[in-house]
Design a protein around this ligand. Sequence first.
Ligand SMILES: CC(C)(COP(=O)(O)OP(=O)(O)OC[C@H]1O[C@@H](n2cnc3c(N)ncnc32)[C@H](O)[C@@H]1OP(=O)(O)O)[C@@H](O)C(=O)NCCC(=O)NCCS
Ligand SMILES: [Zn+2]
Length: 250
Amino acid sequence: MSLDAADAVRDHVVLWSRAVPNRVDLSQLDDAERQRVHAAATPATARQRAAGLTLVRRALAEVLGTDAPAVAVDRTCPRCGGLHGPPRVVADPGLFVSVTHVRPQAGRMPAREAGVIVALTRIAPVGLDIVRSDDVQFPGFDAVALHPDDGLPADATSRARVWARKEAVLKALGVGLDTEPTSFPAGRPGVVQGLPNGSCAIVADLDLQAPAAEQSLGFDVGAAGQTVAAVALARSAPLVAVRWMPSGHP
Ligand SMILES: CC(C)(COP(=O)(O)OP(=O)(O)OC[C@H]1O[C@@H](n2cnc3c(N)ncnc32)[C@H](O)[C@@H]1OP(=O)(O)O)[C@@H](O)C(=O)NCCC(=O)NCCS
Ligand SMILES: [Zn+2]
């Protein structure tokens, strides 16, 4: 398994997923990560953070052939210097990481499960984003999210796809929402996209239903189209080969 993941990240974007468990597990985290978990405003956020931080470590450990607590991950925020920025593998800067969370929906009965997905690859800086269609159905979304070339998305699923592709690109570039999502159109899968700042990206939609046929994502994403995800690479070559690792981490 470890050899397999170490090989796969050379020419694939490799994905790990897990559900957020009911209790906080700090056992594999370093001091700075534990502090971030303790600083969470709600118990649900603490569980979500701990699950994400732990999954990043487990995935990296699998690729690097080491133990999860031994991996050094820098999360210095490019904007403010705080420790909540994009993860960077200190000992292996050519191994790129992206993380996305799907958070429980407050007030929904039954509450949909929370989950985390982590992407690792050596191909190029990577960005990953997962979006629930319900979360992009608010008045004003189109004004803050869409570029004129995006047109008007036909339904909630298309709107979520546009948003997931844009956030994946912004995460691959490491800028996040510091760059206006309205300043560029969502890329079309498989087509290299030139961006306003002169960089290039390539995006692919992820099929969240397909991995469930062979293996579970580890958490419930609802029916097809209710939750969508996209992955982007900051590069100008047109192929994004994606591979899911079996979930199964508790
Ligand atoms: C990156 C960003 C788009 C993610 O937003 P989101 O869709 O709500 O959340 P997701 O769960 O999909 O992604 C969160 C992950 O993005 C990553 N991330 C944070 N900043 C990032 C950046 N500039 N570029 C790429 N990834 C980033 C982190 O790994 C984070 O997960 P973690 O905290 O568990 O490590 C958004 O947080 C953002 O734009 N951040 C940068 C600007 C900002 O607000 N900074 C605030 C502090 S100064
Ligand atoms: Zn910051």
